[in-house]
Ligand binder design. Structure first.
Ligand SMILES: Cc1cc2nc3c(=O)[nH]c(=O)nc-3n(C[C@H](O)[C@H](O)[C@H](O)COP(=O)(O)OP(=O)(O)OC[C@H]3O[C@@H](n4cnc5c(N)ncnc54)[C@H](O)[C@@H]3O)c2cc1C
Length: 408
């Protein structure tokens, strides 16, 4: 038996012995975190098993085969936890990792601003030192889950006298304090998962800084690498549901849950085995299982899914993310093509309860979130292929001297 098989068997036995769909979600996540099987690739001292990629995937597969609900998913587990393990102080690790692993604390990401998305280094939200605290003022936007998050990771400018990449710092922020005003934004899906977040005289204790003062750009890059890796077409995230789930509800009620209010189920259905299953059901629904043209189109997507599975974790994160967004678009387009006019319906009367329509509306966002496809191509060109960099006229100028719109 290979190591991977042994891990699968051990994990499967544990899930068979411990999964109880009637157990409240909070208790189930607590148990998962203590066992290490929720985040098998995390170190053993931090709620994991220290397993490598293939073995960790085998553990996730064992969980899925038993039908057990997965560990907490989202910004906290995908991005904050790995970064705290790498760069956080022991006090920060003690304070936050447990709440993340047990799903008690939902986190959001306060990076993007109206004038700083792709050009993240251009953020204008300022943090000014005041004794043992920083005082933060500014505006963020596109903050997923900002209206219910307990904590946030924040990039803010702490020095305007140096070039833009060097004057940023990275903070952990308590979202439940005066001065934080999240305002939900309605998306084309009909949901309002995004927010503008206005920050007015928000206080951050000095020991909530991650890394050094002025090193925020490097910490943010580290976080974005984790974000892109988790969006890889075959990522090791365990396929959980993101959002603000009710910890008192039975864990079993979330297994295969149809539509969460953030449309993430549609995203989950656009890759891997769920996408294959969906396309087969679309073929049946369209009565085209024996149609060679339709079969050929579906088989092409199946091949891409298998290639993604093979290449998962082996590609540079930007390439993995690009592969993922392209694959999801192919799944979406093929499903819509097979459903015909039915693919334009939404709601309970639509095919698959509107899952494919949700997919059509959600998939474009993945080509933007975590850095757009164009930015990923720039990164691949410059860092992987060694092509000449883009002209960057503001790279060596103090931030206060850079033209912002029409003002300095
Ligand atoms: C689903 C989703 C979830 C998100 N969640 C969060 C979140 O939780 N927290 C957060 O902080 N942000 C979040 N974002 C915001 C996201 O990070 C930004 O939207 C993204 O970085 C792009 O920035 P922008 O919207 O300002 O577009 P811009 O940067 O203004 O880009 C506009 C267009 O110009 C292109 N472009 C820009 N610069 C270049 C260049 N140098 N070369 C080539 N093309 C270029 C872009 O590719 C794009 O097509 C989320 C976005 C989405 C869609």
């Amino acid at each position: 038996m290979t190591d991977v098989d042994a891990v699968y068997s051990e994990a499967r036995s544990w899930f068979e012995a411990n999964w109880d769909p009637n157990r409240p979600l909070g208790e189930w996540w607590e148990l998962l975190a203590r066992s290490g099987w929720g985040f098998p690739s995390w170190p053993t001292r931090w709620f994991g098993k220290g397993l490598d990629g293939a073995a960790a995937k085998a553990a996730h597969r064992a969980r899925a085969d038993v039908g057990a609900f997965s560990a907490p998913a989202g910004i906290a587990t995908m991005m904050v936890a790995p970064t705290l393990m790498e760069l956080g102080t022991p006090a920060q690790q003690d304070a936050y990792l447990e709440g993340i692993a047990t799903g008690r604390d939902v986190w959001c990401q306060l990076f993007s601003e109206p004038g700083a998305g792709s050009d993240l280094a251009g953020v204008q939200t300022k943090a000014v030192r005041d004794g043992d605290e920083w005082v933060v003022n500014g505006q963020k936007v596109w903050t997923s889950g900002g209206h219910y998050a307990r904590y946030a990771i924040l990039v803010a400018r702490t020095d305007v006298d140096v070039p833009k990449h060097r004057g940023l710092s990275f903070f952990l922020l308590d979202m439940r304090q005066p001065g934080i005003d999240p305002r939900p934004l309605r998306q084309m899906t009909g949901d309002a998962e995004f927010n503008e977040v206005f920050l007015t005289d928000v206080r951050v204790p000095a020991d909530h800084l991650v890394g050094e003062i002025g090193s925020g750009w490097n910490v943010a890059l580290q976080i974005l690498l984790h974000e892109r890796s988790s969006l890889d077409a075959d990522s090791d995230t365990g396929g959980g549901i993101m959002g603000d789930l009710d910890l008192a509800a039975p864990a079993g009620s979330f297994v295969g849950a149809a539509k969460q209010d953030d449309g993430m189920d549609a995203i989950a259905a656009a890759s891997g085995d769920r996408a294959k299953q969906l396309l087969l059901e679309c073929l049946d629904r369209a009565g085209r299982r024996d149609d060679p043209v339709a079969r050929q189109r579906v088989v092409e997507v199946f091949s891409l899914i298998d290639i993604a599975r093979y290449s998962g974790g082996r590609l540079a994160p930007s390439l993995g993310k690009l592969a993922s967004t392209q694959l999801m678009r192919r799944v979406r387009d093929t499903a819509l093509w097979l459903l015909g006019p039915g693919g334009t319906l939404s709601g309970a009367d639509a095919p698959f309860d509107g899952l494919v329509t949700d997919m059509a509306l959600m998939v474009p966002g993945l080509s933007i979130a975590g850095g757009t496809d164009e930015i990923q191509r720039n990164i691949v060109g410059e860092r992987e292929l060694g092509l000449p960099g883009e002209p960057r006229v503001d790279k060596d100028i103090a931030f206060k001297d850079v033209l912002q719109g029409t003002i300095r």
